[in-house]
Design a protein around this ligand. Sequence first.
Ligand code: URA
Length: 243
Amino acid sequence: MERLQKYMAQCGVGSRRKCEEYIEAGSVKVNGEVVRELGTKIDPETDIVEYQGRVIKQEENKVYILLNKPPKYITTVQDEMDRPKVMDLLTDVQERVFPVGRLDWGTEGLLLLTNDGELAHILTHPSFKVEKEYHALVPGKVDDHQLEQLRTGIMLDDGITHPAKVKRLKTEGKKTWLAISIHEGRNRQVRRMCAAIGHPVIQLKRVRLGGLTGDKLKVGEYKFLTEEEINLLLGKGGYKKEK
Ligand code: URA
Protein backbone atom coordinates (compact mmCIF):
# COMPACT_ATOMS: atom_id res chain seq x y z
CA MET A 1 0.00 0.00 0.00
CA GLU A 2 1.22 3.48 -0.84
CA ARG A 3 0.22 6.95 0.29
CA LEU A 4 -1.88 8.58 -2.41
CA GLN A 5 0.27 11.73 -2.73
CA LYS A 6 3.47 9.64 -2.93
CA TYR A 7 1.99 7.47 -5.66
CA MET A 8 0.86 10.56 -7.60
CA ALA A 9 4.34 12.03 -7.32
CA GLN A 10 5.83 8.78 -8.63
CA CYS A 11 3.45 9.01 -11.58
CA GLY A 12 4.86 12.43 -12.44
CA VAL A 13 1.80 14.52 -11.55
CA GLY A 14 3.94 16.92 -9.49
CA SER A 15 5.94 17.13 -6.29
CA ARG A 16 4.43 15.45 -3.22
CA ARG A 17 3.47 18.84 -1.81
CA LYS A 18 1.71 19.87 -5.04
CA CYS A 19 -0.11 16.52 -5.11
CA GLU A 20 -1.38 17.16 -1.57
CA GLU A 21 -2.85 20.43 -2.80
CA TYR A 22 -4.54 18.63 -5.72
CA ILE A 23 -6.03 16.07 -3.31
CA GLU A 24 -7.35 18.74 -0.94
CA ALA A 25 -8.80 20.66 -3.88
CA GLY A 26 -10.88 17.60 -4.84
CA SER A 27 -9.12 16.99 -8.18
CA VAL A 28 -8.26 13.36 -7.39
CA LYS A 29 -10.47 10.27 -7.57
CA VAL A 30 -9.70 6.77 -6.36
CA ASN A 31 -11.86 4.09 -7.97
CA GLY A 32 -14.31 6.73 -9.16
CA GLU A 33 -14.70 8.53 -5.80
CA VAL A 34 -13.27 11.96 -4.99
CA VAL A 35 -10.75 11.64 -2.16
CA ARG A 36 -9.70 14.65 -0.08
CA GLU A 37 -8.02 12.80 2.82
CA LEU A 38 -4.22 13.17 2.80
CA GLY A 39 -3.74 9.95 4.77
CA THR A 40 -5.42 7.82 2.08
CA LYS A 41 -3.47 4.72 1.06
CA ILE A 42 -3.89 2.96 -2.24
CA ASP A 43 -2.75 -0.25 -3.84
CA PRO A 44 -0.99 0.73 -7.07
CA GLU A 45 -1.69 -2.76 -8.49
CA THR A 46 -5.45 -2.67 -8.13
CA ASP A 47 -6.67 0.87 -7.41
CA ILE A 48 -7.47 3.28 -10.22
CA VAL A 49 -6.34 6.83 -9.54
CA GLU A 50 -7.57 9.75 -11.64
CA TYR A 51 -6.25 13.29 -11.65
CA GLN A 52 -8.40 15.88 -13.41
CA GLY A 53 -10.38 13.09 -15.03
CA ARG A 54 -7.36 11.20 -16.43
CA VAL A 55 -6.15 7.85 -15.12
CA ILE A 56 -2.55 8.19 -13.96
CA LYS A 57 0.13 5.50 -14.20
CA GLN A 58 3.73 5.20 -13.16
CA GLU A 59 5.98 6.44 -15.97
CA GLU A 60 8.54 3.80 -16.86
CA ASN A 61 11.06 6.33 -18.02
CA LYS A 62 12.16 9.00 -15.60
CA VAL A 63 13.69 12.05 -17.27
CA TYR A 64 15.53 15.03 -15.82
CA ILE A 65 15.90 18.12 -17.96
CA LEU A 66 17.98 21.18 -17.16
CA LEU A 67 16.74 24.28 -18.98
CA ASN A 68 18.39 27.68 -19.10
CA LYS A 69 15.14 29.64 -18.90
CA PRO A 70 14.99 32.93 -20.78
CA PRO A 71 13.29 35.91 -19.13
CA LYS A 72 9.67 36.60 -20.16
CA TYR A 73 8.68 32.92 -20.05
CA ILE A 74 6.35 31.58 -17.40
CA THR A 75 7.14 28.45 -15.42
CA THR A 76 3.57 27.33 -14.75
CA VAL A 77 2.03 24.76 -17.05
CA GLN A 78 -1.06 26.90 -17.68
CA ASP A 79 -1.43 30.67 -17.97
CA GLU A 80 -4.63 32.63 -18.35
CA MET A 81 -2.73 35.49 -20.04
CA ASP A 82 -1.38 33.11 -22.68
CA ARG A 83 2.25 34.17 -22.27
CA PRO A 84 5.10 32.00 -23.61
CA LYS A 85 5.67 28.97 -21.38
CA VAL A 86 8.88 27.12 -20.58
CA MET A 87 7.15 23.98 -21.88
CA ASP A 88 7.10 25.53 -25.37
CA LEU A 89 10.91 25.36 -25.36
CA LEU A 90 11.03 21.56 -24.94
CA THR A 91 10.85 20.41 -28.51
CA ASP A 92 11.92 16.75 -28.28
CA VAL A 93 10.53 15.58 -24.93
CA GLN A 94 8.01 12.73 -25.15
CA GLU A 95 7.37 12.33 -21.42
CA ARG A 96 4.94 14.50 -19.47
CA VAL A 97 7.28 16.59 -17.34
CA PHE A 98 6.64 19.42 -14.91
CA PRO A 99 8.86 22.25 -13.64
CA VAL A 100 10.43 21.78 -10.20
CA GLY A 101 9.73 24.94 -8.25
CA ARG A 102 9.33 28.20 -10.03
CA LEU A 103 11.27 31.03 -11.56
CA ASP A 104 9.44 34.33 -11.98
CA TRP A 105 8.43 35.48 -15.44
CA GLY A 106 11.33 37.97 -15.47
CA THR A 107 13.97 35.64 -13.99
CA GLU A 108 16.34 33.67 -16.19
CA GLY A 109 18.56 30.70 -15.46
CA LEU A 110 18.53 27.09 -14.40
CA LEU A 111 15.23 25.28 -14.12
CA LEU A 112 14.80 21.54 -13.69
CA LEU A 113 11.89 19.75 -15.36
CA THR A 114 11.12 16.12 -14.61
CA ASN A 115 8.45 13.47 -14.25
CA ASP A 116 10.01 12.29 -10.96
CA GLY A 117 7.89 13.71 -8.16
CA GLU A 118 10.10 12.25 -5.46
CA LEU A 119 13.13 14.13 -6.70
CA ALA A 120 11.01 17.28 -7.02
CA HIS A 121 10.07 16.85 -3.35
CA ILE A 122 13.72 16.63 -2.31
CA LEU A 123 14.70 19.66 -4.34
CA THR A 124 11.91 21.92 -3.16
CA HIS A 125 11.60 20.94 0.51
CA PRO A 126 13.79 23.24 2.65
CA SER A 127 14.65 20.38 5.05
CA PHE A 128 16.84 18.78 2.36
CA LYS A 129 18.83 22.04 2.13
CA VAL A 130 19.52 21.91 -1.60
CA GLU A 131 21.17 25.26 -2.26
CA LYS A 132 20.16 27.50 -5.13
CA GLU A 133 22.46 30.32 -6.19
CA TYR A 134 21.24 33.51 -7.83
CA HIS A 135 23.05 36.46 -9.34
CA ALA A 136 21.10 39.67 -8.79
CA LEU A 137 21.80 43.05 -10.36
CA VAL A 138 20.69 45.84 -8.05
CA PRO A 139 20.94 49.63 -8.20
CA GLY A 140 23.61 51.48 -6.26
CA LYS A 141 26.31 50.21 -3.94
CA VAL A 142 25.46 47.62 -1.30
CA ASP A 143 27.29 48.24 1.95
CA ASP A 144 28.66 45.63 4.37
CA HIS A 145 25.83 46.12 6.85
CA GLN A 146 23.25 45.41 4.13
CA LEU A 147 25.14 42.29 3.04
CA GLU A 148 25.15 41.13 6.65
CA GLN A 149 21.37 41.69 6.87
CA LEU A 150 20.87 39.44 3.84
CA ARG A 151 23.17 36.83 5.39
CA THR A 152 21.60 36.64 8.83
CA GLY A 153 17.94 36.87 7.84
CA ILE A 154 15.46 39.44 6.58
CA MET A 155 12.00 39.83 8.04
CA LEU A 156 9.55 39.42 5.15
CA ASP A 157 5.76 39.39 5.40
CA ASP A 158 5.83 35.55 5.53
CA GLY A 159 8.54 35.36 8.23
CA ILE A 160 12.28 35.71 8.60
CA THR A 161 14.50 34.21 5.92
CA HIS A 162 17.00 31.47 6.75
CA PRO A 163 20.68 32.45 6.73
CA ALA A 164 21.95 33.01 3.20
CA LYS A 165 25.40 33.08 1.64
CA VAL A 166 25.90 36.50 0.07
CA LYS A 167 28.79 38.25 -1.64
CA ARG A 168 29.41 41.19 -3.93
CA LEU A 169 30.49 40.00 -7.36
CA LYS A 170 31.23 43.24 -9.23
CA THR A 171 29.99 46.74 -9.84
CA GLU A 172 28.64 47.77 -13.22
CA GLY A 173 28.52 51.56 -13.40
CA LYS A 174 26.15 52.56 -10.62
CA LYS A 175 24.84 49.03 -10.20
CA THR A 176 26.05 46.01 -8.23
CA TRP A 177 25.92 42.28 -8.99
CA LEU A 178 25.34 40.15 -5.87
CA ALA A 179 25.62 36.37 -5.51
CA ILE A 180 22.95 35.04 -3.14
CA SER A 181 22.63 31.36 -2.19
CA ILE A 182 19.52 30.14 -0.39
CA HIS A 183 17.86 26.78 0.20
CA GLU A 184 14.34 28.05 0.71
CA GLY A 185 12.07 28.60 -2.27
CA ARG A 186 9.54 31.18 -1.19
CA ASN A 187 7.67 33.15 -3.76
CA ARG A 188 9.85 35.98 -5.22
CA GLN A 189 12.20 35.49 -2.28
CA VAL A 190 15.38 37.02 -3.67
CA ARG A 191 13.50 40.00 -5.09
CA ARG A 192 11.78 40.59 -1.75
CA MET A 193 15.06 40.23 0.21
CA CYS A 194 16.83 42.77 -1.97
CA ALA A 195 13.88 45.18 -1.92
CA ALA A 196 13.86 44.95 1.89
CA ILE A 197 17.42 46.35 2.08
CA GLY A 198 16.53 49.14 -0.35
CA HIS A 199 18.02 47.61 -3.53
CA PRO A 200 15.17 46.29 -5.71
CA VAL A 201 16.35 43.72 -8.28
CA ILE A 202 16.89 44.91 -11.85
CA GLN A 203 17.94 41.54 -13.27
CA LEU A 204 17.93 38.06 -11.75
CA LYS A 205 19.54 34.80 -12.86
CA ARG A 206 19.69 31.38 -11.22
CA VAL A 207 23.18 30.04 -11.82
CA ARG A 208 23.40 26.93 -9.65
CA LEU A 209 21.12 24.16 -8.37
CA GLY A 210 22.86 22.13 -5.65
CA GLY A 211 26.23 21.20 -7.16
CA LEU A 212 25.08 21.67 -10.74
CA THR A 213 25.83 24.65 -12.94
CA GLY A 214 24.70 24.94 -16.52
CA ASP A 215 27.76 26.71 -17.83
CA LYS A 216 27.50 25.46 -21.39
CA LEU A 217 23.76 25.99 -21.81
CA LYS A 218 22.83 29.07 -23.81
CA VAL A 219 19.68 30.93 -22.81
CA GLY A 220 16.71 28.91 -24.09
CA GLU A 221 18.72 25.67 -24.39
CA TYR A 222 18.22 22.51 -22.36
CA LYS A 223 19.80 19.12 -21.85
CA PHE A 224 18.88 15.75 -20.39
CA LEU A 225 20.80 15.08 -17.18
CA THR A 226 22.85 11.96 -16.58
CA GLU A 227 22.67 10.07 -13.30
CA GLU A 228 26.02 11.57 -12.36
CA GLU A 229 24.66 15.09 -12.90
CA ILE A 230 21.56 14.31 -10.86
CA ASN A 231 23.80 13.28 -7.98
CA LEU A 232 25.73 16.51 -8.38
CA LEU A 233 22.46 18.37 -8.19
CA LEU A 234 21.59 16.74 -4.91
CA GLY A 235 24.99 17.09 -3.29
CA LYS A 236 26.73 14.76 -0.91
CA GLY A 237 23.83 12.42 -0.14
CA GLY A 238 23.34 11.64 -3.80
CA TYR A 239 20.13 10.17 -5.07
CA LYS A 240 19.11 6.69 -6.08
CA LYS A 241 17.33 7.02 -9.36
CA GLU A 242 14.10 5.01 -9.51
CA LYS A 243 14.14 2.29 -12.13
N1 URA B 1 13.66 34.50 -6.12
C1 URA B 1 12.98 35.41 -6.83
O1 URA B 1 12.73 36.52 -6.34
N2 URA B 1 12.58 35.09 -8.05
C2 URA B 1 12.84 33.92 -8.65
O2 URA B 1 12.46 33.70 -9.79
C3 URA B 1 13.55 32.97 -7.89
C4 URA B 1 13.95 33.29 -6.63
